[in-house]
Design a binder for this molecule. Sequence first.
Ligand SMILES: Nc1ncnc2c1ncn2[C@@H]1O[C@H](COP(=O)(O)OP(=O)(O)OP(=O)(O)O)[C@@H](O)[C@H]1O
Ligand code: NI
Length: 334
Amino acid sequence: MNQLLEIKDFSVTYVNKSKKVYAVKNVNLKINKGDSLGIVGESGSGKSTLAMALLRLLPEKNTQITGKANFIGKDLVQLNQKELKNIRWNELAVVFQKSMNALSPVHRIGPQIEDIYRVHKPNASKEEIFSRITYLLRLVNLSERVYTLYPHELSGGMLQRVSIAISLVHNPKLLIMDEATTALDVVTQGQILDEIVKMEQTLDVTRIMITHDISVVAASCNKIAVMYAGEFMEIGYVKDVLKNPKHPYTRGLLSSFPSLKGEKLKLTGISGYLPNLSVKQEGCIFAPRCQHATEKCKQEKPLGVEMNENTVWCHLYSSGGELINEDQKPVYKD
Ligand SMILES: Nc1ncnc2c1ncn2[C@@H]1O[C@H](COP(=O)(O)OP(=O)(O)OP(=O)(O)O)[C@@H](O)[C@H]1O
Ligand code: NI
């Protein structure tokens, strides 16, 4: 089977003393082997929450996770701590924007990666470990010399390459990157994205790329999921969604990224704010900010409409994927 991860009716709620925050609500998503899926959305839309919940890195005390996340035959939601420990690094790995800060400043890079290697392979020989680590360093475009250096001797870009190499030590099947290249300058970011794409072809890794920057997705992903206020608005192939976005929110988001189209356009963006995530809203979550919203949008949650291989959650489209009313064609300034 080609499917690596299937998320079904997946919700994450933060439960604090007096209030709940419905950060991810009943989302559905499938990822095939070899996919690279970019998840985009405004700040606060729930991207990191979704990733952290899949990785089961959220404190159990004040988070509720419901639904299913089938990952190669296991439901991530149901795994106990021991089972989680077994699959972390081995099958499921993560790189954060701040991953580089996790490196110890007083130890050389090589030995730090060796320690991580030994977590799952305690009996590995020195040679085996060395050859694996230098192989990975080369894969992320670092020289072997990095092995003997201390973190402060490396630039931010080099450190993030080290974090990526570390995430790959045990050849995970799924790699989640949360704003992993965000803090880097544009040139370094571009180089690292190219390296990531090459690396995953070599290692056969599937990737989820979380970012607020659509150009990162354009440069490094084959699929895109647009998230808004804890729900997906549109999921599909990057080439289709960027060229012909269906959801009014995707269109608004894209017109906020003029660099994608080359020339500078006036930032049209989307007016208004994310809704209060402590209140469960009826109807389409985007309706209050959508210029096409009808009464139906305010009352009924749209079901996913499939068009070819893309899915859009919007009442503007019939179940066959046609625009119900041509006059309602979402405006998109090209
Ligand atoms: N521990 C927490 N307790 C309560 N609410 C939280 C907690 N962590 C995050 N949230 C809320 O959950 C929502 C989703 O946050 P999340 O960090 O997942 O968004 P994001 O899309 O990753 O944003 P960004 O692009 O800024 O990283 C936000 O409204 C946030 O305020
Ligand atoms: Ni985030």
